[in-house]
Ligand binder design. Structure first.
Ligand SMILES: O=c1ccn([C@@H]2O[C@H](COP(=O)(O)O)[C@@H](O)[C@H]2O)c(=O)[nH]1
Length: 239
């Protein structure tokens, strides 16, 4: 279990990211950097965050032909990040190519980044999946199927809703990682997220990590919000 909630740093610039991080003082965090910030600030900003002692989940959700993903992963591995991902819908050949790229791109003596696959985005409902993606299975079946493909391709885990973590662990193996965004506290705004769960639910369902963005970044006091979520996630009593 990754005890630090992963903070989704969904802001447009380095300046805004650093301002937000000021609230956390010198604390070492697990930061999830997505497309918005990576496309605007690039690899140099990742290097800066690593230098400051933070762990990085680089959430670029690669989905392309196997050769392209293999080559992209080789480049990402050189950044020395801690976790990267692909879309499981890219297939087993693509996921295996991603793994090979990471293995070959990781510098000697460095730790290979964890590789996980997105199953169904937490913003997708079963109805949308069936009508827009023309998948006739249930959402649970689709997510478990993608998780099994990821496991067979040698990946470390998946991105899923905490609502599906328990069934994924049953369909794969006990140490398969379920990294779960769509985390919301009871009564809070879901925004575009559809398959949401509380930090406590995620822990009880066996999730390996939670990813939290707006409930922290848009809170009046981001540090306090983070600490509250962290307590619920690790099972400490909240006063
Ligand atoms: O299925 C997925 C995959 C990725 N995400 C990412 O997680 C965060 C969630 O942010 P919130 O503000 O807490 O909703 C965001 O960066 C997404 O890109 C996801 O939500 N669902």
């Amino acid at each position: 279990m990754i005890t630090k909630p992963m903070i989704a740093l969904d802001v447009p610039s380095k300046e805004e990211a650093l301002l937000l991080l000021e609230a956390f003082q010198e604390e070492s965090l697990f930061l999830k950097i997505g497309m918005e910030l990576f496309y605007s600030e690039g690899p140099d900003f990742i290097r800066l965050l690593k230098k400051k002692g933070h762990l990085i989940f680089l959430d670029l959700k690669l989905h392309d032909i196997p050769n392209t993903v293999y080559r992209a992963m080789k480049s990402l591995a050189a950044l020395d990040v801690d976790m990267v991902n692909v879309h499981a819908a890219g297939g087993k050949e693509m996921m295996s190519a991603a793994k090979r790229g990471l293995e070959e791109g990781t510098k000697k003596g460095a730790e290979k980044p964890l590789l996980i696959a997105v199953t169904q985005l937490t913003s997708t409902t079963e109805e949308e999946m069936q009508h827009e993606q023309l998948i006739s299975a249930t959402l649970e079946e689709s997510v478990s199927h993608y998780a099994q493909l990821a496991d067979e391709s040698g990946l470390d885990g998946v991105v899923c809703s905490a609502l599906e973590a328990q069934q994924i662990l049953e369909a794969t193996r006990a140490d398969f990682m379920c990294v779960t965004p769509g985390i919301r506290l009871t009564g809070s705004d879901n925004g575009d997220q559809k398959r949401v769960a509380t930090p406590e639910f995620a822990r009880k369902a066996g999730a390996a990590a939670i990813v939290v963005g707006r409930p922290i970044t848009q809170a009046e006091n981001p540090l306090k919000a983070y600490q509250n979520i962290e307590k619920q996630w690790i099972g400490e009593e909240v006063k």
